[in-house]
Design a protein around this ligand. Structure first.
Ligand code: ATP
Ligand code: MG
Length: 360
């Protein structure tokens, strides 16, 4: 088996560790993610194959194994369930729940800044996921829009359902920034906390900083720090004050600036104790702006149910219409629709690029 095929169709139809590869969903700097069929259980999964340089890196391998176990053990409605992680023919893989939707990077690229209630709902779900991980001493380390998957929610109170993915896959073992051993840059520095840049120990508050960068971007259209080159960006995270959010979004009260500033504090002790505390403070600061606004950005998300261990792609229960009330921060899964047995894989979302079907 060859990894990282030149053409996207290279692995289509191949069997890897009991999964049949059906089509490519996307690729990042360290992996290619495929939609695949679990041949033992008949369910559709997302199969992530890690690049060989990670497989060869001993530190990464052991951390991958350990953190995959921890991530798989976290049962939280806003964390993508990991079914299995292992190695087959020298390739590290993770089989996880297939989320039919799009990632937050694609949503922001498509929609630009989001309505305040939508941004708050997304932030609250991410905060809930992160706090649950932090309670188990697991730091994500790579909170960014590309690792946030969004699918249609179950009802008008929950128009979108958000999943955080890629726990334990931050590029720590190669270097902070994602420079490969060949010196190529493969990641983003837009969301990285100052203590990571300084090489100091990180805890959940580093994720809070990254979450605040993401929240800033969902509301302002760009992360707080944009600089011409990587070094300037690193410097800005370390030393520059973040811009006031209310300058880009006049509909947001200035009280929100202080909340963002605190979550983006250079020193972790100066931040909120938890991510939910941060998002709660933000919701209080935006006041009425958090309850008004245009239709949710999820209006044309593909229909899909939240991930379950069965990996079903059942239809959501309700139509959406009026602007929903802002939900409470949720630590519980919304009511799931009845699972249907062994469904066909959902139609690929439009953002999935070229659609390649497995041979029958
Ligand atoms: N469980 C999943 N279900 C559906 N699509 C997924 C799933 N996991 C990842 N994807 C999609 O696969 C694509 C590639 O993901 P990947 O994690 O490799 O890249 P990334 O997060 O953009 O970058 P990085 O390499 O920095 O992690 C993303 O666009 C994401 O939307
Ligand atoms: Mg990712």
């Amino acid at each position: 088996m060859t990894w990282a095929p030149e053409s996207a169709s290279g692995l289509i139809g191949a069997e890897i560790a009991g999964y049949r590869v059906e089509r490519e969903l996307g690729r990042g700097g360290m992996a290619v993610v495929y939609c695949a069929k679990d041949l033992r259980l008949g369910r559709t999964v997302a199969l992530k194959l890690l690049a060989p340089e990670y497989t060869r890196n001993e530190a990464f391998r052991s951390r991958f194994a350990q953190e995959s176990r921890v991530a798989a053990a976290i049962d939280h409605p806003n964390i993508v369930p990991v079914f299995e992680a292992g190695e087959a023919d020298g390739v590290l893989y993770i089989a996880m729940c297939f989320v039919a939707g799009l990632d937050l990077r694609a949503l922001l690229d498509r929609e630009g800044p989001l309505a305040v209630p939508t941004a708050l709902r997304i932030a609250a779900q991410l905060a809930s996921a992160l706090d649950a991980a932090h309670a188990r001493d697991l730091v994500h380390r790579d909170v960014k829009p590309g690792n946030v998957l969004i699918t249609k929610g179950v009802d008008s109170d929950h128009p979108e359902h958000v999943y955080l993915t890629d726990f334990g896959l931050a590029k720590k073992s190669l270097s902070l920034t994602g420079f490969t051993t060949a010196g190529e840059f493969v990641g983003t520095l837009d969301y990285v906390a100052p203590e990571r840049i300084a090489g100091r120990p990180v805890d959940g508050r580093a994720d809070q900083y990254s979450l605040a960068c993401v929240v800033h971007e969902t509301l302002a259209g760009a992360p707080p720090f944009k600089r011409a080159d990587h070094l300037e960006l690193l410097w800005a995270h370390q030393y520059d004050q973040p811009p006031a959010l209310s300058k880009d979004r006049p509909d947001i009260p200035v009280a929100a600036d202080e909340v963002l500033r605190r979550a983006l504090a250079k020193i972790p002790d100066d931040r909120y104790d938890t991510c939910l505390e941060f998002v709660g403070a933000l919701r209080a600061a935006v006041g009425g702006a958090g309850r008004s606004g245009s239709a949710p950005a999820s209006a044309d998300l593909p229909p899909a149910a939240p991930c379950t261990d069965q990996g079903t792609g059942a239809e959501p229960g309700a139509e959406r219409g009026e602007e929903p009330e802002e939900p409470e921060e949720r630590a519980e899964a919304p009511a799931l629709p009845e699972p249907s047995p062994l469904p066909e894989p959902p139609e690929p979302p439009s953002w999935a690029g070229p659609v390649l079907r497995a041979p029958h």
